[in-house]
Design a protein around this ligand. Structure first.
Ligand code: SAM
Length: 254
């Protein structure tokens, strides 16, 4: 599946009619690029606080530097698709952001969201065993969550996206589902194995990206904390998983 695009939307995009797409907090621009290349009939606008690092990109993709905390700088009913992925660490008021995304969506447009649910866990029969196997991970996550709440951020916002979307009257057909993927390459299923490898790399990025957050919180050696958590997750014989929440909603027809 391309860019976590739901099959019904994929069908619509495949018809070749022009579609305008907004990627909010695009980061490296990889999702926006994937969509622009897969669907040449789209005009993709990717926005972030910082410049996109892509050296080249197709004509149907544009990057803009925008602070999304200050509302989305577009008129009502501007886009057919609005995508938000993994931006919770920069957003204090995700509820308002969902409202803004809905405002700039055209009637019958698609809102696509994806956020990591911060706790890694294990494929175990008894979930109570998790702290026993993952002491450093539990410690790492606990400190991370405390550091987030000191900054007024909600580590569990991924779980609330469905409620936020349902509270926006302009949105309809809200689907909010938890998806789990292996945390590393323990799975025999080739697709899950690949997803696991990506997860493992993502955790490397994640643990270094929160270094300053942890230091501000008083952790003297955040790298050591992250490395201990990684080593624990790589233990033989355990099957760690991550949880994500996917959000799909449609804006009501006028
Ligand atoms: C973890 S990255 C995720 C990037 C991309 N969506 C992805 O899934 O790969 C989070 C991005 O959100 C951006 N971001 C955070 N707060 C923002 C804000 N207030 N305005 C615009 N972008 C913001 C960051 O600059 C960063 O590029």
């Amino acid at each position: 599946m391309i860019g976590n695009v739901p099959p019904e939307l994929d069908q619509q995009l495949g018809l070749g009619v022009p579609f305008s797409v907004l990627d909010v907090g695009c980061g490296t621009g990889s999702w926006a690029l994937e969509i622009a290349l897969a669907y040449p009939n789209t005009q993709v606008t990717a926005i972030d606080l910082v410049t996109c690092p892509l050296p080249t990109y197709p004509n149907n993709l544009t990057f803009e530097i925008r602070d999304i905390v200050k509302n989305l700088p577009y008129p009502d009913n501007s886009f057919d698709v609005v995508h938000v992925c993994d931006i919770k660490l920069g957003i204090h008021d995700y509820r308002s952001l969902i409202g803004e995304c809905s405002r700039v969506l055209k009637p019958e447009g698609w809102l696509l969201g994806l956020e990591l649910d911060c706790d890694p866990t294990l494929m175990l029969d008894n979930a109570e065993d998790v702290p026993r196997y993952l002491k450093s991970v539990s410690e790492f996550i606990k400190i991370f969550h405390t550091a987030l709440s000191e900054r007024g951020l909600n580590a569990y916002v991924a779980r609330e996206l469905g409620d936020y979307a349902r509270q926006v009257t302009a949105l309809d057909h809200v689907k909010h589902v938890r998806v789990v993927v292996p945390w590393n390459d323990w799975s025999d299923d080739p697709k899950l194995k690949l997803a696991g490898r990506h997860s493992r790399l993502a955790f490397e990025e994640f643990s270094s990206s929160i270094r300053i957050l942890l230091q501000d919180h008083g952790v003297l050696n955040p790298d050591r904390l992250g490395n201990e958590a990684k080593a624990e997750m790589d233990q033989e014989g355990i099957r760690p998983i991550w949880g994500f929440y996917h959000l799909v909603a449609r804006k009501r027809a006028m």
